[in-house]
Design a protein around this ligand. Structure first.
Ligand code: COS
Length: 388
């Protein structure tokens, strides 16, 4: 749903201008130094980019899902680290509170996510629990008005910068699966909370992940999201439904950028006495990529509109995430191929993007997890829930 076409056009134009003039010139530097310059972080705060999805009543712009995917198409035109910086506040780092938090929790944290004063993160994955998220081991044991957390969370995006951690932990050890899990909001600086060293990643330089470690970390019961035990896994799944759609949109934007770069290269690069864009084998790669990006964008917009209408879009979010991220990988490969040997050299952005986009098929649920979700939803619907 687009609330106001004119205002939306203005927002998209502002972001496009920012991306073109202030982010793209720093892409190479961010990759080389593994850091986003402070003035860019501040500009993002000033522009309200940390609070795009936070409702207006809590100080954000309150954009709808359809508006969010249009913004993600624009942010996809530049390096993934920039999106990642604002990504958790607009998504998995704030959504737990936004979707299932109490009014007090919303008032306490959402305005500070919105203005970029604090960064949120989302702690689901553990060393022994990735795709099988319901098997997580981090424990939260009630002692009076407090919970004592123990366990390790892994690959946590933005953890090194975060002031809050949405943590899924097991409050009922007798329930081994999802029903024993609760979600908490833990603040940085809490005694017993520490961070591992920053992970050395294949790509997405300038975006940080690390372990988050809880050792007898004592948090007040007020930090239990929604004040209800045992529903933390469902909170996490709802957060991921939205996050997956966002990643799908961003992947479509990123694929578009790579294709534009490859198209320009094909027009400029001459071999056999003419631009390589004239060769039909190059044209085949350009055309396949164009059509697949178009298909991904259509899927993403349709799923976003349905979510705005209040529909359950678990299946559609997984379809979009699976298709768009796999498509993005294929486009990255073709675009590097169009660049030839030059594509393997870091002077060209495609070398970076090729590494950056590999993550899309892994995080917020691998392609194989999306396949499982889609097929299980189909079987459940076809059998009225008799088969799960
Ligand atoms: N929204 C709301 N509730 C949901 C839901 C959703 N999207 N998906 C599942 N649930 C509910 C189910 O309805 C079920 O509730 P009941 O127990 O009341 O019936 C409960 O959650 C458990 O669901 P399910 O039985 O499907 O859980 P499974 O353990 O079989 O696992 C998958 C489900 C595999 C889909 C889940 O573990 C998953 O998404 N794994 C990937 C994790 C991931 O994306 N990690 C990336 C890191 S986070 S950036």
């Amino acid at each position: 749903m687009i609330r106001d076409e004119k205002m939306m056009d203005q927002l998209l134009a502002t972001i496009r201008d920012f991306v073109d003039n202030e982010l793209k010139p720093f892409e190479h530097e961010v990759d080389e130094t593994d850091a986003i310059p402070d003035h860019i972080v501040q500009k993002m705060r000033d522009m309200g980019l940390f609070g795009l999805t936070i409702p207006e009543q809590y100080g954000g712009l309150g954009i709808t899902m359809e508006e969010e995917v249009l913004v993600a198409f624009e942010l996809g035109q530049t390096s993934a680290a920039f999106r990642s910086l604002i990504g958790t506040n607009n998504g998995i780092g704030s959504s737990g509170i936004l979707i299932d938090g109490t009014e007090e929790q919303k008032q306490k944290y959402l305005p500070r996510y919105a203005n970029g004063e604090i960064i949120g993160s989302f702690c689901l994955t553990e060393p022994d629990s990735g795709s099988d998220a319901a098997s997580l081991k981090t424990s939260a044991v009630k002692e009076g008005d407090y919970y004592i957390l123990n366990g390790t969370k892994r690959f946590i995006t933005n953890a090194p910068r975060a002031q809050t951690f949405t943590v899924m932990a097991r409050t009922n050890p007798d329930i081994k699966g999802s029903g024993g899990i609760s979600a908490f909001l833990v603040e940085a600086g809490t005694s017993g909370l520490s961070l591992g060293k920053i992970d050395k990643k294949m790509g997405q330089k300038g975006s940080y992940t690390c372990d988050v470690i809880f050792e007898d970390c004592r948090i007040h019961q007020d930090q239990l999201i929604g004040g209800v035990e045992g529903v933390g896994f469902k909170t996490a799944m709802k957060v991921l439904d939205k996050g997956r759609l966002h990643i799908a949109a961003y992947s479509a934007g990123m694929a578009e950028r790579m294709l534009n770069d490859a198209l320009n290269y094909a027009i400029e690069r001459k071999q056999f006495g003419q631009p390589i864009a004239n060769f039909q084998l190059i044209q085949g790669m350009l055309a396949d990529s164009k059509a697949e990006i178009y298909a991904a964008k259509c899927m993403v917009i349709d799923a976003a509109r349905r979510r705005d209408l209040g529909e359950n879009i678990s299946t559609e979010a997984s379809c979009a995430k699976m298709f768009a991220t796999e498509m993005c990988g294929r486009v990255a490969d073709r675009c590097l191929q169009i660049h030839g040997g030059a594509g393997y050299i870091s002077e060209y952005a495609i070398e970076r993007f090729y590494r950056d986009v590999r993550l899309f098929r892994l995080y917020e649920g691998t392609t194989q997890i999306q396949q499982i979700i889609i097929a299980r939803d189909m079987i459940r619907t076809a059998t009225d829930g008799v088969l799960k």
